[in-house]
Design a protein. Structure first.
Length: 292
């Protein structure tokens, strides 16, 4: 299949995903669309040249896919599976991801999210909106099925005011609801997650809505040197967490080494790989447990 046809197929699939509503994230065909997008994307990546990067990130190796003179974003070699087993994708379709070992689960969700983003980098240079929208829908689907709750994207405040945010998951009485923010990286106005949480805590009380932030990665490619580094500001996060509001979890699909131990020191930011969500989704909603 030629790249032009692949692009056309992908855009059609993407438009279907983009049109999906909040209820579709729970009961619609969003998983089927995402799996098909991944298959089409990997079919193109299989025709591209993989190029290893000079990694400035401890114990991590990255590559890009190159087609003519266009290259993808950095891809973690240990997390991306160009030959993803179909049976693993089937478990995503069936919402049985906790059946996988954590290592295989991490590779599956990273591959499903990264393949489309990498192809868009190559086919549509400068298109940042499509990957961001895709990733937001993908994470929304994961959380909707994990909680068995269709989300909303607005929250009614005081005086008939409305707070627009990524996702709100309202729960039964006695459980914490979830305020979910989704970012490709924290360079995309990460403070928004803490700021929205401060507003929500002020109106509804602390722990009524727990703040959760999901981020794909923090990798930054320097094309001239073909090197990759992590760009994140954990000390800045500490200021947000201490003086603005507390997020209950920060999940990554590719965890930056500098964030792995933030839970050990004040203000104790819990940073985990997104694969852990599938084994603690009930815990996120239960008010009686602590953050550890």
């Amino acid at each position: 299949m030629e790249s032009r046809q692949i692009e056309q197929n992908l855009i059609e699939l993407y438009q279907s995903l983009k049109k999906s509503g909040n209820k579709d994230l729970l009961t619609g065909n969003v998983p089927g669309i995402i799996v098909e997008m991944d298959k089409v994307s990997r079919s193109l990546l299989n025709t591209c040249k993989p190029v290893d990067l000079n990694s400035l990130i401890l114990n991590k190796q990255y590559q890009v896919f190159k087609l003519n003179k266009k290259i993808s974003r950095p891809i973690n070699k240990s997390l991306f599976d160009l030959d993803l087993p179909e049976e693993n994708s089937d478990l995503y379709l069936k919402n049985k991801l906790s059946h996988l070992e954590r290592k295989d689960l991490a590779r599956l969700i990273y591959t499903l999210s990264m393949s489309f983003c990498a192809v868009i980098d190559i086919l549509r240079v400068g298109d940042k909106k499509s990957p961001a929208t895709f990733f937001e829908k993908f994470i929304g689907n994961i959380f909707a099925r994990g909680f068995n709750i269709a989300p909303t994207t607005t929250l009614e405040m005081l005086n008939d005011e409305i707070l627009a945010t990524d996702y709100i998951f309202k729960t039964d009485k006695g459980k914490s609801a979830i305020h979910l923010q989704v970012k490709l990286s924290t360079r995309e106005r990460a403070i928004e997650a803490w700021a929205h949480q401060r507003i929500i805590d002020g109106i509804f009380g602390i722990d009524t809505y727990r703040g959760v932030l999901v981020v794909m990665s923090e990798t930054n490619l320097k094309s001239k040197s073909m090197s990759v580094a992590d760009v994140c500001v954990p000390k800045q996060w500490g200021i947000y967490q201490r003086y603005i509001a507390k997020l209950y979890r920060v999940y990554y699909l590719d965890v930056p080494p500098r964030t792995e131990n933030l839970h050990l020191e004040d203000p104790h930011i819990q940073v985990k790989h997104l694969s852990e969500f599938f084994f603690e989704s009930d815990r996120l909603l239960t008010k009686s447990v602590d953050q550890l």
